[in-house]
Design a protein around this ligand. Structure first.
Ligand code: ZN
Length: 389
């Protein structure tokens, strides 16, 4: 192992609340950090830094933990810009466009899917994402979903089985048959995923159907997460809390009892402002959730229909501008919040022993991420070589 001292950091966010400023982001000014190829070895003021094998001068830049993008649909074929243009011209999103992506994804070879997904992965990485969650859900048949899980595992350890994304056309007259297939043979074939997820909303799956799939996922050894309340409130948040989902994602429409439920639970509310942006929907209030004591994460929801977003900086800027988060709260949500949504303790922060996943900004202060939206502010991304992400 080679130790490397990154020094002359203008502003370092560690997400270690025991740090001097006693805020959740653990801010250290005039900071330094020592890492090896895998872990953080030391953090503190530059003046106190120990010797190391190698030196790297941050030249006054801000440094933050690597972004944890805890919600993506990275593996798909084709694109749906025409649908976006139509929606911007006034057509309301009803969830029907997923079938187009399913047809394109089924028709694509492994190599075509790898090539298209890796281009999106490269964009996420260049934008500072060091851990990414990837869902299946654009094949919706047994062999196809198993293939998407296999391809997702080439990218990340955080693979989610989303056979219950929508009911495919061939099962339109037999919803029960499709739910049974997802919870049965498809689940078994997708056993190597880590998570089970369901799109529990109007136009997708109702609460009883979602519960059936989540329970099958748990029986199969998966941990659980849920798409909920993007289009309407049909009671999905209560289901997420009841089944101990690590995260309930979207939360665009939340009742007061749902906010209370989340505050009293270990379920993270993952906000996906790229979806509201791309569907011209009202943004949920992140402020309301934080003030109630709910743990909040931010993610891209990268998908071809409702959020073709690969920039966590953009997501942070939207959360600050449109959802009432402070810059520090948005940074925490995009890092430690994402880690909590994946129930990971080793990422999303820069305490000693954490993975050395960090981002050096092209800016002296973290606030520039929201203050200069659309600018390229990621100078360098360091990522641990340790095991799987
Ligand atoms: Zn999604």
């Amino acid at each position: 192992m080679t130790s490397r001292l990154l020094t002359n950091i203008g502003e370092l966010l560690t997400n270690d609340s025991s740090r001097v400023d006693e805020t959740p982001v653990g801010r250290v000014l005039d900071a330094a950090i020592v890492v090896d190829e895998e872990r953080v070895l030391w953090v503190g003021r530059g003046a106190d830094a120990p010797a190391a094998d190698e030196y790297y001068d941050a030249r006054g830049a801000a440094v933050v933990p690597g972004f944890v993008d805890s919600h993506t649909h990275l593996i798909f074929a084709g694109e749906r810009s025409g649908e976006f243009e139509a929606r911007m011209a006034g057509e309301r999103y009803d969830g029907g466009g997923i079938a187009n992506t399913v047809a394109a994804t089924r028709a694509a070879s492994d190599e075509q899917l790898r090539e298209q997904s890796n281009a999106r992965l490269a964009a996420l990485r260049a934008g500072g994402v060091t851990t990414v969650e990837v869902k299946s859900g654009y094949a919706l048949d047994v062999d196809g979903e198993a293939r998407l899980v296999r391809l997702a595992k080439e990218i990340t350890a955080e693979v989610t089985f989303l056979g219950a994304h929508v009911v495919p056309r061939e099962f339109a007259a037999d919803r029960d048959g499709y739910v049974a297939l997802v919870a049965g043979e498809m689940m078994t074939r997708c056993a190597s995923a880590k998570w089970t997820d369901v799109f529990c909303d109007v136009g997708a799956f109702d609460v009883d159907e979602a519960r059936t799939v989540l329970e099958a996922g748990r029986a199969n050894g998966h941990s659980l997460r849920l798409h909920a309340n993007q289009i309407a409130d049909i009671g999905a948040v209560a289901l997420a809390v009841e089944t101990d989902c690590a995260s309930v994602d979207h939360c665009t429409y939340l009742s007061d009892p749902d906010v209370e439920r989340l505050a009293g639970s270990d379920t993270v509310a993952t906000l996906l402002p790229g979806a509201e942006f791309s569907t011209r929907s009202p943004y949920p209030s992140g402020r309301r959730l934080l003030d109630a004591g709910v743990k909040v994460a931010l993610a891209t929801d990268c998908n071809p229909g409702t959020s073709y977003v690969t920039s966590m900086s953009f997501v942070i800027a939207l959360a600050v501008r449109e959802m009432g988060l402070s810059v520090d709260e948005a940074l925490w949500a995009a890092t430690r919040g994402g880690a909590a949504a994946l129930r990971r303790e080793d990422i999303g922060h820069l305490e000693v022993g954490a993975r050395c996943d960090l981002v050096i900004l092209n800016a002296p202060r973290v606030a520039h991420l929201a203050y200069r939206p659309g600018s390229s502010l990621i100078r360098e991304v360091w990522r641990s070589e340790s095991g799987e992400h």
